[in-house]
Design a binder for this molecule. Structure first.
Ligand SMILES: Cc1cc2nc3c(=O)[nH]c(=O)nc-3n(C[C@H](O)[C@H](O)[C@H](O)COP(=O)(O)OP(=O)(O)OC[C@H]3O[C@@H](n4cnc5c(N)ncnc54)[C@H](O)[C@@H]3O)c2cc1C
Length: 382
């Protein structure tokens, strides 16, 4: 398949690229050191004001209606400068998509414009629990009906952006007797709701700028109108939305990989050993050729998944292939970049070891590589 981007997609990509270079890149290293949270939040709000927080939501609710290709291009560009900001924007877009897909007109009117214009710095997607990671159907967080309310009790873990999210999309068990995956519903819980407790901030290998927290629900009472979509239909919603998120993580992987390899290629032109630049050494040229091929293949898989989604066709298999390949290609690319830098690559000042650390999680979140293979095999053999 041949891809040609529309003028609008090119404009969105170039705007993201410019914003990333001017506003995100200067903060990326400080965020990696665990500093600069205020700058991150300011940039998230400004990205939203520029249309990047709800790229696929309808204009009637403040969204950009730009499509999934534009979303993928944007996340790649943001990740090139700062993976932590990019993952936050990816998750926020996912939250906007869930709301747009299943919420009532009133729920959309209440929350989508606030996500789209940066009133909410981010959205949080609360699915994972300590005993329900790759298998979210095993979740325990309970939502009991009490008159015209639901009361949520339980705990989610590893929740991206929980510390600054304005709204939490929360999956909970509404019918514990139902077969697995058939008794789960999804709720919209605003930040600050009594009983919603943002807990421990996790220390991580990479993407230090993005918050990852335990989120507890302790007798958290929400009105029945907080439920999105049909009761007990939430697991189907989660599975569908995860596929869209996988395009985001694939694009994030590609952005990180490109950043690392661009630094490595520039270094090869300057650094001399044995009287030659590294760029003249065939052993290293072959590494570059392999990584260039990897990144081009990743780009095509991502565009294919996004374009398939934009056409309204089933895209779960394409999204899993893009996420699997791009995240593994990012691991190879960031590792190769460190190798090309030699000892300097292992030292923080060169700025490449950060990419290696930032890339590692892309093979885990939004479904591990093993789960992507499971989806691809299931879709292929059905
Ligand atoms: C930094 C970070 C941010 C995150 N952000 C969010 C978020 O915002 N919202 C959210 O809901 N979750 C989030 N997650 C959770 C993430 O999606 C899960 O960690 C991931 O899906 C894996 O689940 P697990 O950690 O429980 O691993 P497990 O499911 O325990 O898997 C352990 C190992 O077993 C393998 N495995 C499991 N099942 C199978 C199988 N059937 N076949 C083969 N291998 C299998 C896995 O691939 C993995 O290698 C985040 C995680 C991290 C680390």
């Amino acid at each position: 398949m041949l891809f040609s981007l529309t003028e609008e997609e090119i404009l969105i990509r170039d705007t993201a690229r410019r914003f990333a270079a001017e506003r995100l890149a200067p903060h990326a290293e400080a965020l990696d050191r665990g500093e600069g949270r205020a700058a991150l939040v300011a940039n998230l709000r400004e990205l939203a004001q520029n249309g990047f927080a709800a790229l696929n939501a309808p204009a009637a609710f403040g969204g950009s209606e730009a499509g999934s290709v534009a979303f993928a291009l944007s996340i790649e560009e943001l990740a090139y400068a700062c993976a932590a900001t990019a993952v936050t924007m990816s998750v926020t877009n996912m939250v906007a998509e869930v709301i747009n897909a299943v919420a009532s007109p009133e729920q959309k009117a209440e929350h989508l414009p606030k996500l789209a214009d940066g009133t909410y710095a981010a959205g949080a997607f609360c699915l994972t629990e300590s005993n329900a990671g790759s298998d979210p159907s095993a979740m325990r967080l309970r939502a009991r009906q009490d008159g015209s309310d639901y009361v949520l009790d339980g705990e989610k873990i590893y929740i991206t952006s929980a510390e600054y999210a304005g709204v939490f999309v929360v999956w909970a068990v509404t019918d514990p007797q139902a077969p697995r995956g058939k008794g789960i519903s999804v709720f919209l819980v605003p930040a600050g709701a009594p009983g919603l407790i943002v807990g421990k901030a996790e220390k991580k290998l990479g993407q230090h700028g993005s918050a990852t927290n335990i989120v507890s629900f302790d007798n958290c009472r929400v009105p029945a109108s907080a439920m999105m979509g049909r009761e007990n239909d939430g697991f189907r919603v989660a599975v569908g939305e995860l596929a869209g998120g996988r395009i985001g993580v694939a694009a994030l992987s590609l952005g990180i990989a490109r950043a690392a390899m661009d630094k490595a290629k520039a270094y090869m032109m300057e650094r001399k050993q044995f009287g030659k630049t590294l760029a003249e050494l065939q052993g290293l040229q072959w590494m570059v050729a392999d990584r260039e091929t990897d990144l081009e293949a990743a780009r095509l898989l991502i565009l294919n998944a996004a374009a398939t989604k934009d056409r309204g066709e089933p895209y779960a298999k394409q999204a899993s292939m893009a996420k699997l390949f791009a995240s593994e290609a990012a691991h190879r690319a960031t590792d190769t970049a460190v190798q090309i830098f030699g000892g300097a690559g292992y030292i923080a000042d060169a700025g490449v070891e950060r990419h290696l650390r930032d890339a590692r999680i892309t093979r885990i979140y939004e479904g591990t590589s093993e789960i992507q293979r499971l989806v691809i095999a299931r879709e292929t053999l059905k």
